[in-house]
Structure formats: structure tokens, C-alpha cells
Design a protein. Structure first.
Lengths: 112, 889
């Protein structure tokens, strides 16, 4: 089982959500976050007035999938969230030891 | 109801005790399902628990060889004392004994407590001496209130009686007001922590406003006042009416029964009426049918009906008993603003004299005056006055009079006094008289996980939120401060969700209702249109801010076209923030705030051509410091005198120019202004190789200012240049300061110095009237210029606004870009004898958004409708003609 954390542009959320639903992802957690990577925030210059924005608004999606779904889901996020510009975000994948559905006590892939 | 304990059970076995409790809980569920009275079931269950506790204590005493009448008293307190435990409630007990006896029975008490835990009972207990009880009760109001309903269970009755006397004298009556004030303050804190509203979509039936705790509050206050916690005492002392007593009694049964059901269904201490449980309950009653939403709505409206009446009575009873101190009354009389005739303001409460109250019956206007006075003076209306007004609503005439409407608009204009007054208008149902559609959203449920309150409560909370923006040092605070038509904004907030609960898009339905309301309340046409616009588009801004790329110019241009004017943008922004903040706790985040502010800032820049106000002060200070530090006078002069001169000039120059221009350029322009003679024009051009554009900076004497804008645009267009941006302003003395950003169609790559000089000379000639712009414009090869092919034409749009600037009429023009467009617009303005003092031109691909700040010949705004309409029509006709030419190609 894998946990996918994707940091994407906030306005790409609807597109990514729709694409993930289309490939069969049933659940995800979404949170409002801020951050910067190589984009390092942007600096807006308007006629001599500079406003530096250090942290850009992003959304973080957390999705848990079985290993055989991993590639499909990662590709799906990449394709649906890509604009080609700096600041498109990143995807982090990690292994999970266990998952338990609290209501039923089911565990492992049954609980995804 | 009888209690049968005939079947002997061995209570020394934890398993038997757990089974005993489980059996009784099942029986509670069965009785509840059969429709028995909730209060009677609680009493029955209380007897069962009493029996169990007595058995366990007897066993513990026997185990340690302590007689049953040892020096202690086992006392039930709180809900247990009232004989109202729900199946999974905590078992609240107090063990009282003397300091000497405590050592003898310590082991017994330990065993008893352990056995309770082993039985699965959630014990809330304390072991104290009588003096400790009093001491702790005087420190902790929650403990003190649990003693109001204490009940002897076991041990020595005498110890209990002595404690009862002691608590009565030293806690409840030492003095009475102290205890009452502490009870009320504690409950008010709980109200606030629970959203301060009855109409929550997932209420806690015990602690939310109007819940069981309010019934308890009434009991506590009654007990302190009359030594009897039964609310009947309130009736006997004329604190409530017989009908209200019946309401309390009915609500007590309703809420107690509902709590039992929640505990039984959830199998745990469940006091929150969640959405899932609402559905489960209506289904179990066979009421869900096909439309479960309607069934839930009906069920919850009954809940809100019961709890809102409890909350109202609780608030009134606790208010009635509040007597301001003599000092407070004296201070109030001395320091209060002068009260209007018929009113007196005492300790933050507006009181009406008997004559005025009597006059309310025949005059809706007097009713509205009461509310307006409360709003103006930011004072509360006493409960009795609210009740009297409430009884009059049914007799009000079908339509509010002109004066009533005027008074209501006055209330909407008020600041901090608006939220409590509007609530009073709502609670008395006077709001339903003013806006009949409000009745449709009373206690209206919202079936989503986003909202925490019913539609009516959410609506009232938006008003709480918006008023709090005043003096808030944030983008939304600055925007709210700048809104000129606050009454219209507040009215739009009241109406923004009025279309909910009907079939169709609630924003569109709301717009239609807003139109009807505007007519009913005799709102001026342009304000009615604004109200309708805000209601219709109240979801647009969050939708764009949270779901769209705000760096995409097309999205911004479309949004700017929709809102058309800075005032509507400000109002929509403030409305959007208030709307989100009023959804529920924790919904508003800085993340959302930043995105909305970003959209607001970017759109404001398009519409008004200037950054928003809240940055202005800091920016102007920065410019002032920068110019003084870096500007070097070219003419030898005293530095101090020069600095003073700079200050005067900066005071004269419009903030627009100071906000937008580079401080180095401002310093340079100032030096040019300083050296400028009465007959002179100074023009400089600079090529920028990054953008392949040339910027022409122009400083001209006031004698050449008239018509300068159309001359410059005409000349530049005539010389085959695309104007991408323009700023033009005049100092208070009339000196023209302008800059034009252009690309030269005669050059590919670097524009030569020669060409720049040629253009500078031509500009100078046209400004000093050596040649006419019409001559150059007609002679030019405009017809030879390559016109862009229009794929998707967008209809031109012109908006004229007299609200967003103090001194100027602001004209926003949205149109497809075409050669000579700016000159055409400038010429129309010139023909209408208007002077464009500030302008901002922005081009996005094939669309332009031009903003003109204009004044008439007298330097004033154009307020005369007979001038405005022909101007608008003329601009639209010219734009349409240009667009027709573009689409013909």
C-alpha cells in the first residue's frame, strides 16, 4: 500500500479530482497549504512597487492506493495538474505499514 | 410508574452489575420506542440506578464492617439529583463526611468507586467535608449549580440536611445576585462557545443555546430567587406568563425524550444531534418517505421551534433579574448620549415610556423608530419591549409606508448597532413584515457538510461579520471602509441566500426576490440594481479565487467586465468574505483570505487603475522619502527649501500618479515641473529593448492641458503606434504630467533615436497648437495598419460610476482592441467637454479595459443624468461602430 501526497496548484484541484475519480480513486483528503519550491514565491513588480509573495497558495491531496494502482494514479495527477510552468508542484510517494478502517475494524487493502 | 426490584441479584459480581445496567438501558430504549414520556422514563431509570448504587454501597460497607448509618451521606447531584439521568450520562455523586469520619470510611469509598467503574458507570464524584463543599462551590460555579438539585441517597440524613442548609445560606444566598450573575455568565460563555445560536445544523441538545442547559439555568436562577427550582415559582412571582410555563414544560419533555433517543441509538453519551442521527430518527418514525430532506426539515424545525422559545425565555428571565447598580445607573444618566423623546437609555438598554409603548399599537413607524433609536445608540431592546412589538406584527398594514422604509434603510446604514437591532427585528418578525420572503428561510436546513447554521442564522451572522470589518486593518477592512452604499451592501447580505429552499439556482431566484424587495422597500433604482447584482453574483468571487488561475489575464478581464465598477467590486468582495466567515467556525482561513484579496487587488487595478487603498498610506510615505532622498535639484538651490517645495508638489499631485509611477521617475518629473516655463512642453522618450516599446513622458504647462489627452492619443495613433498603456494627470495648478507606453509599427526591433525625437517634436507641435491632431490623424495611414482578425467578438461595455471617486466621474470601457480606439474615446470625451484627469489603459490580447477619471468644465463630477446618458450612448455607438468594422473584415 502506498500513500501519495501531491502538492498542486489550487485551481487545478477540480481537474485532478475529476481525473482521479475517472480512474477509480474513491477517496482522498484535501487540505489548504502554502509553500514554495524552486518557484521561491513570486515577486510582482508594478511600476516600481514590489510586492514579494513568499508562500504560494497550494492544495495538498493525500491518497492511499494499492501498489498496483500507484503508477496509474501518479500519472493521472501529473497529467491533470500540469501547466508546464514553474510551480506545478510535486508528488511524494511513501510506503504504508498498515491501514485500519475505524468503523469496521477492517485492515490492509480492505480498508482503502 | 412503579419500580420492581423483586428479583434478587448478586450485586457483588461485576458481570451481574453490568448485565443489570445493560438490561435497564434496553428497557429505556423499549419504553422510549413505545412512546412513553421521556421525563417519566428518566425518573424510572434514576430509580434503577439509585437501587444499584445503594446495593453497591451496602456491599462495600459490609466488606469493611462499617455500619450503614456511619457518619457520611451519599448524595446525588446534577442530573442525577434531578432524577433525569439518560442511559449513558455520567453518574454525579457527592460523598460528604466529617474530617474525623473520612479516615474510617476511606477504604469503603475506594471500594465503592472501584465497583462503579467495574460496572461500567461513568462516575463524576467527589468526597468532601461540608466546609469544603461550600468553599469549592463558591469558587466553581459548575459545581455550585450541581448542588441546586442535590438529593439524599444513603448514609445519615442529618448530614445531608445540614449541608443543604449551609449551601442554601453560603452559596445560593450570599448574596443571591452573585450566584445568579455567575450562573448567567457561565452559561453565556457556553452560548458563545457553541456558536451563540439556536439554529445550528448539528446542535448539542444539552449545551447549545435553547438546549437542556437553558432549562437548567432557569431552574438555578429560580432556586436562588425563590428557594424552589421549579419554574412554577416564576409564574407565581409574575416573572413569566402561564403560556411560557407551558412552553418550558413542553420543551423539557421534548428535549429529555430526544436525549434518551440519542443515547439509545448511539449506545453512548451522545448529545449532539448529528445529520446521521437526524436521518435515522425521521426514518425510524416512518416520516422520511421519498423526500427525506423535507422530513428532516420538519423534524428540525420542530426542534428549533422548541429551543428558540426556551432560549428566548431563558434570556428574558436572566435579563429581568439583572438590576444595574446605583453607580451604574448614575454613570449611565451622566454619560449617556441625550435620549430621544419617550426613551431613556440605562446601562446599555433602551427603555420606552408607557406613552410611547401605547403609541406603538397604532403606528408601525413608531415601531421602526424604536429599532432605529436602538441601532443609532447601539443599545439593546429590553425583553418586554421586544415581546410587545412581537404581539403587534400580525396587526401591521400589508405594505410598509414610505417612512417605515426610510427608517429601515436608516437602520441598515448604522454600524455596530445594526447586528443586535437586526436580530431584534428578526425575532419580533418585523423583518417578515418588511421582507415577507424572510419567512421562507426561517430555520431552513442546509443539507451539506459545509454550513453549520440554518439559512436565517447564517444570514444574520453575515451582518455580525461585516460590521466587524469596520476599522479592521486588513484588505477587507479597507474595502468595507471605502464602501459608500453600506445600507445597500447590508441589504444584499440579508437577501443573498433568500432564494434557498426553492427549486432552481438560489442566486437567480434571490436576484428576482431582491428586485421585488427593492420595490417594496422603495429603494432607489440604481441601488436596487446593485442589490440584485450582488445577490445574483454572490458566489462568483470565491469561485474564481479558489478555482481559477489568477495570473490569467483573461479571467481577470472577464471578472472585471462583470463587476464593471470599483464600488461593486468592493461590495462583492466584502460580501464574499462575510458570507464565508458566517458559514461556521474554522471555515475562514488565511489561505482563502489571501486568494480573495489577490483577486480583489488584481481586479481593482484593472477597474480603477490604481492599487487598493490599504497600501496607499505606506506607499505615499515611501515615495515622499524616496524622492527627497534621491531627487537632486538640477538648479542650485537651498536643500531645505527644495524639500519643502517637493512636499507641496507631492501634496498637489494625485495619489493615482504617486501610487503607480516609479519613484525615480516622479523625482525626475518634479524637476521638470520645477524648471517648466509658462509656455513650455517637455517631452522625453525612452526605448525598452525587453518589451520593444517606447515610453513617452510629457510635462506641459497648464495652458496646453485642455484637450491634451485626445491630442496625444490622436497623434500617436496617427503616427501608427499601438498604445498599450497611458497615464495622464494634472497637478492642482493644471500642469500636465503624462506617460504613454507604445509600440511603433514602423519599426521592427530597436526604435531609433531619430524616430523618438521626431515623435517628441510632433507631440510638442500638437500640444502647443502648431498643428492639429485631426490633420495628422486623417493624413495618417490608419487604413494601412494591419487590423487583427477577430475570432470571438465580445460586446463593448461602458460603465459610468460616480461613487468610487470623491472628485471624479469614473468611466470604465471594455472593448475589442482596434486601431484608433483610444483616440476615438478621447475625442468623445473632449466633445462632451470633459477633461480626462486620470486615465489607465490596459490591453489584454485583443481586449482593452480603459479607465478614465473625468471632470466637467467646472472641474466637478458629472452628476446630471441628461449629460451622462448621451455620453454613455455616444461612447457605446462609437465602440459598436469600431467593432462592426473589425468583424466585417
Amino acid at each position: 500500500m502506498k500513500k501519495i501526497e501531491a502538492i498542486i496548484r489550487h485551481y487545478k484541484l477540480e481537474d485532478v479530482k475529476a481525473a482521479l475519480t475517472a480512474v477509480g480513486v474513491q477517496g482522498m483528503t484535501v487540505s489548504e497549504v502554502r509553500g514554495f519550491g524552486r518557484q521561491r514565491g513570486h515577486k510582482e513588480t508594478y511600476r516600481g512597487a514590489e510586492y514579494t509573495v513568499d508562500f504560494m497558495p497550494k492544495v495538498k491531496m493525500e491518497i492511499v492506493v494499492a501498489e498496483d494502482q500507484l503508477e496509474t494514479v501518479v500519472n493521472c495527477i501529473c497529467e491533470s495538474s500540469r501547466t508546464g510552468q514553474v510551480g506545478d508542484g510535486k508528488i511524494f510517494v511513501s510506503s504504508l505499514e498498515q491501514i485500519v478502517r475505524i468503523r469496521t475494524g477492517e485492515s490492509g487493502t480492505e480498508a482503502i | 410508574m412503579t419500580t420492581d426490584f423483586s428479583n434478587a441479584i448478586d450485586f457483588s459480581s461485576p458481570q451481574n452489575r453490568r448485565e443489570f445496567v445493560a438490561t435497564k438501558r434496553r428497557e429505556v430504549a423499549a419504553r422510549q420506542a413505545s412512546g412513553a414520556s421521556g421525563i417519566e422514563i428518566c425518573n424510572w431509570y434514576s430509580d434503577q440506578m439509585d437501587y444499584l448504587l445503594q446495593q453497591m454501597m451496602t456491599l462495600a460497607l459490609a466488606a469493611y464492617d462499617v455500619p450503614a448509618n456511619a457518619e457520611f451521606a451519599l448524595i446525588c447531584v446534577g442530573g442525577n439529583g434531578r432524577r433525569r439521568p439518560a442511559p449513558f450520562s455520567d453518574v454525579d455523586l457527592l460523598l460528604v463526611c466529617s474530617p474525623v469520619a473520612i479516615e474510617r470510611i476511606e477504604a469503603v469509598l475506594s471500594a465503592f468507586v472501584r465497583d462503579c467503574w467495574d460496572t461500567g458507570l461513568q462516575l463524576g464524584h467527589s468526597i468532601r467535608t461540608p466546609e469544603d463543599v461550600v468553599g469549592f462551590a463558591n469558587e466553581d460555579i459548575q459545581f455550585a449549580t450541581s448542588l441546586v438539585d442535590m438529593r439524599f441517597l444513603m448514609g445519615q440524613q442529618q448530614i445531608f440536611d445540614q449541608l443543604d442548609d449551609l449551601v442554601e445560606k453560603k452559596v445560593f444566598r450570599d448574596p443571591v445576585d452573585r450566584f445568579v450573575d455567575a450562573c448567567v455568565a457561565s452559561r453565556r460563555e457556553e452560548w458563545l462557545a457553541r456558536g451563540d445560536s439556536v439554529n445550528q445544523l448539528e446542535p448539542d441538545i444539552k449545551r447549545s443555546p435553547g438546549g437542556l442547559r437553558d432549562l437548567h439555568l432557569i431552574r438555578w436562577v429560580t432556586h436562588a430567587q425563590f428557594s424552589d427550582s421549579n419554574p412554577t415559582s416564576l409564574l407565581e412571582h409574575n416573572s413569566i406568563h402561564a403560556q411560557e410555563l407551558a412552553v418550558l414544560s413542553q420543551a423539557d419533555e421534548f428535549l429529555t425524550s430526544l436525549r434518551l433517543e440519542l443515547h439509545c441509538r448511539a449506545g453512548l453519551k451522545q448529545d449532539v444531534l448529528t445529520r446521521d442521527l437526524q436521518l435515522e430518527i425521521v426514518r425510524s418514525r416512518g416520516e422520511a418517505g421519498v423526500d427525506f430532506r423535507k422530513a428532516i426539515e420538519k423534524f428540525m424545525q420542530e426542534y428549533f421551534r422548541q429551543t428558540s422559545r426556551v432560549a428566548e425565555i431563558a434570556r428574558r428571565v436572566t435579563e429581568t433579574e439583572h438590576h444595574p447598580s446605583l453607580l451604574a445607573r448614575i454613570k449611565s444618566v451622566i454619560l449617556s448620549p441625550r435620549s430621544p423623546k419617550g426613551f431613556s437609555i440605562l446601562d446599555g438598554v433602551l427603555n420606552a415610556d408607557d406613552n410611547l409603548v401605547a403609541s406603538l399599537k397604532n403606528s408601525p413607524e413608531r415601531v421602526m423608530e424604536v429599532f432605529r433609536t436602538a441601532a443609532q445608540h447601539q443599545v439593546a431592546l429590553p425583553a418586554e419591549l421586544r415581546r410587545v412589538i412581537g404581539t403587534l406584527v400580525a396587526k401591521l398594514p400589508p405594505e410598509p409606508s414610505r417612512k417605515s422604509c426610510h427608517l429601515f434603510r436608516g437602520i441598515l446604514r448604522s454600524g455596530l448597532g445594526l447586528p443586535p437591532t437586526l436580530r431584534a427585528i428578526y425575532e419580533t418578525k418585523v423583518l417578515d413584515w418588511l421582507i415577507p420572503e424572510v419567512a421562507e428561510i426561517r430555520c431552513l436546513m442546509q443539507f451539506n457538510q459545509y454550513h453549520s447554521y440554518t439559512v436565517d442564522e447564517h444570514t444574520l451572522k453575515t451582518i455580525d461579520e461585516v460590521v466587524a470589518f469596520a476599522d479592521d486593518d486588513s484588505p477587507v477592512g479597507a474595502a468595507y471602509d471605502s464602501v459608500r452604499h453600506k445600507a445597500t451592501l447590508h441589504a444584499a447580505l440579508i437577501l443573498h441566500d433568500i432564494g434557498k429552499g426553492r427549486d432552481g439556482d438560489h442566486s437567480l431566484i434571490g436576484e428576482q426576490i431582491a428586485e421585488k424587495v427593492g420595490v417594496r422597500l422603495q429603494v432607489a433604482e440604481h441601488k436596487k440594481q446593485m442589490m440584485m447584482f450582488l445577490v445574483r453574483h454572490h458566489l462568483v468571487m470565491p469561485d474564481i479565487a479558489f478555482r481559477r488561475d489568477l495570473t490569467e489575464q483573461g479571467i481577470l478581464t472577464d471578472f472585471a467586465r462583470l463587476v464593471s465598477a470599483p464600488e461593486s467590486l468592493r461590495m462583492l468582495y466584502v460580501l464574499s468574505v462575510a458570507d464565508i466567515k458566517a458559514v461556521g467556525p474554522d471555515v475562514w482561513t488565511d489561505w482563502k483570505g489571501d486568494l480573495l484579496a489577490d483577486l480583489y487587488n488584481r481586479t481593482m487595478l484593472i477597474l480603477s487603475g490604481r492599487p487598493i487603498n490599504h497600501l496607499e498610506r505606506e506607499r505615499l510615505q515611501l515615495v515622499r522619502e524616496h524622492v527627497k532622498a534621491n531627487g537632486v535639484p538640477k538648479v542650485e538651490t537651498n536643500r531645505e527649501q527644495w524639500a519643502e517645495w517637493v512636499d507641496r508638489q507631492l501634496d498637489d499631485l494625485p495619489p493615482f500618479y504617486l501610487m503607480m509611477e516609479d519613484p525615480n521617475q516622479i523625482a525626475h518629473d518634479l524637476e521638470n515641473i520645477r524648471q517648466l516655463t509658462d509656455t513650455e512642453v517637455r517631452i522625453e522618450g525612452a526605448y525598452d529593448d525587453e518589451t520593444d516599446t517606447v515610453t513617452y513622458h510629457i510635462v506641459a504647462s497648464s495652458r496646453y492641458e485642455a484637450g491634451s489627452f485626445h491630442k496625444i492619443t490622436g497623434l500617436l495613433s496617427g503616427l501608427r503606434m499601438d498604445i498599450h498603456g497611458a497615464q495622464s494627470c494634472t497637478t492642482q495648478k493644471g500642469t500636465l504630467v503624462a506617460s504613454f507606453l507604445v509600440s511603433d509599427n514602423d519599426f521592427v526591433g530597436k526604435v531609433s533615436e531619430f524616430r523618438i525625437e521626431e515623435v517628441c517634436n510632433a507631440l510638442s507641435d500638437v500640444l502647443t497648437n502648431k498643428t492639429t491632431v485631426e490633420h495628422i490623424f486623417r493624413r495618417s495611414g490608419l487604413f494601412r495598419m494591419k487590423r487583427k482578425k477577430v475570432i470571438q467578438p465580445v460586446a463593448p461595455h461602458v460603465s459610468i460610476d460616480n461613487d468610487c471617486s470623491e472628485k471624479h466621474t469614473v468611466i470604465d470601457v471594455f472593448a475589442m482592441d482596434s486601431p484608433g480606439l483610444l483616440y476615438t474615446l478621447a475625442l468623445v470625451l473632449h466633445q462632451h467637454k470633459l477633461s480626462a484627469q486620470l486615465t489607465r489603459i490596459a490591453t489584454n490580447v485583443d481586449q482593452v479595459v480603459d479607465v478614465f477619471y473625468v471632470v466637467d468644465e467646472a472641474g466637478k463630477k458629472i452628476k446630471d443624468g441628461e449629460r451622462l446618458h448621451p455620453l454613455w450612448k455616444n461612447l457605446m455607438d462609437e465602440l459598436q461602430q469600431l467593432q462592426d468594422e473589425l468583424t466585417k473584415q
